[in-house]
Ligand binder design. Structure first.
Ligand code: FAD
Length: 404
């Protein structure tokens, strides 16, 4: 049986190798000159393969498509992924937050392992697939000067961000041409632009802060680290937040610069600091509470003249300082453009795909796996695991359970 897989990325390579071992005649097409270009840049070049946690914990990190993915995640979980790679002689290690990396810290070793897994698969590179037609029972996959007649087609084309890696969104068009609905695509795990002028703060990193958002009647907050860019914010808690506000109509953002203290505790600390430094400028107090580069921006936000002496600060101003420390407003503008998202949210509509086989409910023998589907998760190895689990589950539906 002939199978065409479109996309030599994480999901396409995983599935290709599974099928070839079971005697399928597999061809993987990619418009890049080689396999795994996006994989190469994952995890800052180290490739965070998966996240070692149970399925319940895993699903808490899935933003869209959790229910749809449940069956695939139970069939092939993060422990299976680790075993799979270990059996391909790729040693792995788990780091903070259960993030799994290759012991060598090289994403290229993950690609090598996947290519080893794919021994026997035929690859067609440098060919952009934009035409797949149904011919009776079969599919015709057309490339520049040739067409391939196959029994089954798997779309594993990824999302639409970091286009230079090959995932340019063309898979969504393929899906639409084959009759599928594509849910609106928006960036996720993406930096956020602000209306505030934060040019002077560029590069400033804040640790142990809480980023809070109110949007469309909902609230969300993330604790950790963030950084200012020339025109906005980025870093772990910002990327996570972006995945929740990327479809919101209006977003209010605020930072809690002192999440370990209540408003009352903070006020008591300020009173103490004021008492001990009566004749100093208020900016001296601010410097004890935040990085110096943030002081002027902070003073403006709370409307306090930073050259004022501490003893001149009125009670209402002290209250305002406390409130701003706990609720430092950031003027949300938008997310960065789609290409800047680590992942694409939206994609092939899930109600038109069978979650147990990943076969289209509209076109027999057509399948969708990986990020091209309307699924997305937070950082930590969850998105690659989704690619591996959907690929495995799809393969399992054709050739049964496989062990590694
Ligand atoms: C900077 C960055 C860092 C990341 N780090 C991590 C991480 O550490 N851990 C993690 O879990 N996730 C990470 N991700 C997300 C992860 O890389 C993706 O979710 C995952 O690669 C998706 O796998 P996929 O198989 O669906 O698609 P991809 O791996 O993107 O593969 C799709 C392939 O299809 C090809 N293709 C697309 N359209 C066509 C077409 N029309 N014709 C021919 N070929 C086509 C592309 O060239 C590409 O090779 C990161 C993403 C980015 C951008």
């Amino acid at each position: 049986m002939k199978v065409a897989i479109i996309g030599a990325g994480a999901s396409g390579l995983m599935l290709g190798g599974l099928l070839v071992k079971k005697g399928f005649d597999v061809t993987i097409f990619d418009h890049n000159e080689k396999a795994g270009k996006k994989l190469f840049i994952t995890g800052k070049g180290r490739c965070n393969i998966t996240n070692l946690c149970d399925e319940t914990e895993f699903l808490k990190n899935v933003v869209r498509g959790g229910k749809f993915l449940t069956s695939a995640l139970y069939s092939f979980n993060s422990y299976d992924t680790v075993e799979f790679f270990n059996n391909l002689n790729l040693k792995t290690k788990a780091e903070r937050g259960n993030r799994v990396f290759p012991e060598s810290d090289k994403s290229s070793d993950v690609i090598k392992a996947l290519l080893k897994h794919c021994e026997g698969v035929s690859f067609v590179f440098n060919e952009n697939i934009d035409k797949i037609t149904k011919v009776g029972e079969f599919f015709k996959v057309t490339v520049k000067n040739k067409s391939y007649i196959v029994d089954k087609v798997v779309i594993a084309t990824g999302g639409a961000s970091y286009k230079a890696t090959g995932s340019d969104g063309s898979g969504y068009k393929l899906a639409e041409r084959l009759g599928h609905r594509v849910e609106k695509i928006v960036p996720a795990l993406c930096p956020i632009k602000l209306n505030d002028d934060v040019r002077t703060l560029m590069g400033l990193s804040l640790k142990n802060v809480t980023l809070k958002a109110k949007f469309d009647g909902k609230k969300k907050e993330f604790f950790g680290e963030m950084m200012f860019t020339g025109d906005g914010i980025t870093g772990p808690i910002v990327l996570s937040m972006s995945s929740f506000v990327n479809r919101a109509k209006g977003v209010e953002l605020a930072l809690d610069l002192k999440p370990a203290l209540t408003l009352e505790q903070l006020d008591a600390r300020l009173l103490r600091d004021f008492e001990e430094n009566k004749n100093k400028n208020i900016s001296y107090i601010f410097k004890g509470l935040m990085p110096s580069s943030l002081v002027s921006f902070f003073a403006k936000k709370c409307g306090v003249d930073e050259s004022k002496k501490v003893h001149e600060i009125l009670k209402e101003e002290r209250r305002k300082i406390c409130e701003t420390l706990k609720n430092f407003p950031l003027a949300f503008k938008s997310l960065y453009p789609l290409d800047a998202g680590i992942i694409t949210s939206g994609g092939v509509a899930l109600d038109e795909v069978n979650p147990k086989t990943f076969e289209s409910k509209l076109v027999k023998n057509l399948y969708f796996i990986g990020e091209v589907l309307d699924v997305d998760a937070l950082t930590g190895g969850f998105n690659l695991q989704i690619a591996f689990s959907t690929a495995y589950k799809c393969g399992e539906s054709w050739c049964g359970h496989q062990t590694f």
